[in-house]
Design a protein around this ligand. Sequence first.
Ligand code: CO
Length: 342
Amino acid sequence: MPVIDVHTHFFPRSWPDLEARYGTKDWPSIRHTEPGKAEVLVGDRVFRHIDSACWDPEVRLAHMDRDGVDFQVVSATPVLFAYERDARDALDCARLFNDACLELTSRGRGRLLPLCQVPLQDVDMACEELSRAMRSGHLGVEIGNHVGTKNLDDEGILTFLQHAASEDAAVFVHPWDMMAAERTAKYMMGWTVGMPAETQLSIAVLILSGGFDRLPRSLRIGFAHGGGSFAFLLGRLENAWMRQPKARGAAEHPPSHYLDRFLVDSAVFDERALLFLVEVLGEDRIVLGSDYPFPLGEERAGSLIRESRFPPTLQEKLLGANAESFVGLSKHAARPNGILRP
Ligand code: CO
């Protein structure tokens, strides 16, 4: 059974000067500081220090061998989404980085599986780019969990999710542009507190809006970081749904009815949280996700699952079996321009 890490990120080694390309400020850029090291800047501000694991497939493959990971699903880093930009610029940006992702993953000896990004602020352009990316070898799409004030229950985003289902594309929802920025400015709380808060909100919204009632069951959708605290909030959501008509939204069923409609990754860093996720969501609903190669990711991908008290059969599900159907590995294995088994 292959081990599949569904939550990893990349940056290309270099990319065009986006400020010059679009004539607007504060686009991400990369500055190499020493061999194998670089900084990603947003405008003049250093956003993140990164290393060659972001862009060098050989470094990634060596780490995968070290950690016993057969496949990585490779997504853009949300700072590149550009949802707040002019949609035409965001579309061009998505094309640049989607092609860069294909270029990187094509050098991964069949073990790096690309997910694209789309200009989600424009549903037509987003659908068009997803179709183009799927034709060119992507297995699905990573989306941010909101577009400004629009949540996942936005009509345009629901239309996009419908399109993703019709394209047979996996959808990985990643938090970004975190809420309460002023109050989480210190101590990296945007990452530790803001990101999970975004994700649990997104799952709740998709349920309560009736989104899952309208979307086809064939939609394969997963959420980062264990779904935030969604599993822990489920009782509260359920209680409100039962007792307060307003809290029901448009959901045809109570929230617990929808737990088989989505996956979450295992990036929770605590065995008790992982046990709780399995207990609440079920053993088919959790997939290995490490957030490789970033500093808040799991240092050895899969170690939380492997060192857990779960029996080997359940560990296999979490490490790869559940993700195999999520990413559609078997369907894509035979594609001439796609993904080949190692
Ligand atoms: Co991530």
